[in-house]
Design a protein around this ligand. Structure first.
Ligand code: SF4
Length: 507
């Protein structure tokens, strides 16, 4: 396709824009969205505001068609460069390389790289693997130096640990090469403000885009029932939507549309570069939204009038008011001191740090151990290498949950093993936590633990800098000790200008 890149132009000119999201899926209803696009394609072609459309990857299932073909064909019919999503679910760097190759062959220039939510089709044997967004972004930037790269951010977090960990990970994504961040869907304007606040202070060249969604009661019910990762719909918000659903149909629909329009006006006032609109594809509904946004913009020229209108929009027909903030959890960016590591956590951290220094970094013990290990570098597959692998796993598994990934990252992850994250993430959390609980529901998110430890040790800034390499499949189930002492280990302190090695990991 030879379309101009209207998204890049809007970002460069600071012109507030809209993007529509499409979900390629094996599911019939969603597939129809992509095959019956005549009307919306014409609307997009003629609109200055609708500068792009996003085509998602592996949202409904891992069997969903890869988005490149749909994005290229939609791009041809709309005349707009799409934003192609790439999800790391069940993928390796080689998969990303192949997708980028197909994008380049089709003239596609914009990409959003994310880790993705929990895999639905777990492998029969072994654990599911995820390609982490941070090294994937660095690799995509390396392969596409002039592309527009986007990443995901979930600012809708209500505990200090999970909230700060999200923002530090955003720093790493920007360091890896992202140009803009697109938020998770959320209904709390204070969190949109927090994200803007962080970006302005930490990475002012980055742009933020808010993901917004029309939220009638039926959709909210579905999202709560399926516990969609990282999306917060509180009980009081749900109650308000149910009260609204009891109104005559037009009344309920008009209220939902007014709220969406207010969200769009609100994020523009807050300083966002644009919005990505989810779940709205019919031309007449896009036109109705256009009118609703014009009216909301006219009603709310400033934040004070907008706040009043937003409170009205959250007030149920019976007068009760919805609160988008979960009960008892009101953490905001800037509030510090609630993430306090316990004595046991601090003791464990200090003990492991001391052992790590003495055995792997400096001093006579490290010198002796290094001299013993170095000769086995490159011989990890031999009998001797396998014996060392056995010993490493026997020592480390009971202490840190080690799975001998062959590329030990403990020294860069506050001695919390990334393999104890169900997605194996080392650079920071996915967006799926709920009040520090893991998306998988069975543990506290390891990155919340890391935040507490880093804060207690006074090394919190480490969470936002240095890229931790992706673990290549071929290095798994091997010892990491010989390569560590040969200088091929990981580690996080590689900077952006060493990106090639960082994403490739040890060779
Ligand atoms: S431990 Fe944290 S980063 Fe890992 S899957 Fe759970 S919520 Fe996501």
């Amino acid at each position: 396709m030879k379309a101009g890149n209207a998204l890049a132009e809007a970002l460069a000119n600071g012109r507030f824009f809209w993007s529509l999201e499409f979900i390629p899926s094996v599911d019939r209803i969603l597939r129809d969205d992509l095959t019956q696009l005549g009307g919306i394609a014409a609307v997009m072609r003629g609109s200055d505001r609708l500068v792009t459309f996003a085509v998602t990857d592996r949202v409904v299932s891992e069997r969903d068609p890869e988005p490149v073909a749909a994005a290229a064909s939609l791009g041809d019919s709309t005349g707009k460069q799409p934003l192609v999503h790439f999800s790391g679910k069940g993928r390796e760097l080689g998969d990303l390389e192949r997708v980028i190759g197909r994008m380049q062959a089709n003239g596609l220039e914009n990409m959003l790289v994310l880790t993705g939510d929990r895999i639905k089709l777990e492998p029969v044997r072994g654990r599911a693997r995820y390609l982490e967004s941070v090294p994937a972004l660095a690799f995509a930037r390396h392969l596409m130096p002039r592309a527009l790269l986007a990443c995901a951010l979930n600012p809708f977090k209500y505990r200090e640990e999970e909230g700060m960990a999200q923002f530090y990970k955003l720093d790493r994504k920007m360091e890896a090469g992202a140009d803009l961040a697109i938020t998770q869907i959320g209904f709390d304007p204070a969190k949109h403000d927090d994200a803007i606040d962080w970006v302005r202070r930490r990475c002012p060249e980055a742009r933020l885009v808010a993901n917004v969604m029309l939220l009638p009661a039926a959709r909210a019910r579905y999202m709560r029932k399926h516990a969609l990762a990282g999306i917060t719909i509180t009980d009081s918000l749900m109650a308000m939507l149910e009260a609204e659903a009891a109104l005559p149909r037009e009344g309920a629909a008009a209220r939902a549309l007014r709220r969406l329009a207010l969200q769009i006006v609100g994020v523009e006032l807050a300083g966002y570069a644009g919005v990505q609109i989810t779940g709205l594809h019919a031309p007449e509904r896009v036109e109705a939204l256009n009118e609703a946004v014009c009216k909301a913009g006219h009603d709310c020229p400033d934040r004070a009038s907008w706040n009043e209108a937003w409170q009205d929009a959250l007030t149920a027909p019976d007068g009760s008011r919805a609160d988008p903030v979960p009960l008892g959890a009101r953490w905001r960016l800037g509030q510090r001191g609630t993430a306090v590591a316990g004595f046991g956590e601090r003791f464990r951290y200090r003990a492991l740090e001391g052992i790590h220094r003495a055995v792997f970094e400096r001093g006579p013990l490290a010198a002796c151990f290094g001299a013993a290990m170095r000769p086995f570098h490159g011989k990890e597959g031999t009998l001797a290498g396998r014996a060392i692998h056995f010993i490493e796993r026997a020592v480390k598994a009971p202490i840190v949950g080690c799975e001998t990934c062959g590329q030990c990252r403990l020294g860069a992850t506050q001695f919390v093993c990334p393999e104890t994250c169900p997605k194996g993430l080392a650079n920071g959390p996915c967006g799926g936590t709920t009040l520090n609980r893991c998306e998988f529901g069975d543990r506290e998110c390891i990155h919340s633990v890391k935040l507490r430890l880093a804060a207690a040790a006074g090394v919190e800034e480490q969470l936002g800098s240095g890229l931790i390499a992706a673990v290549p499949a071929e290095s798994r189930n091997r010892t990491s000790w010989p390569s560590h002492f040969a200088g091929d280990g990981t580690l996080a302190e590689r900077r952006t200008d060493e990106r090639d090695r960082a994403v490739r990991g040890p060779v």
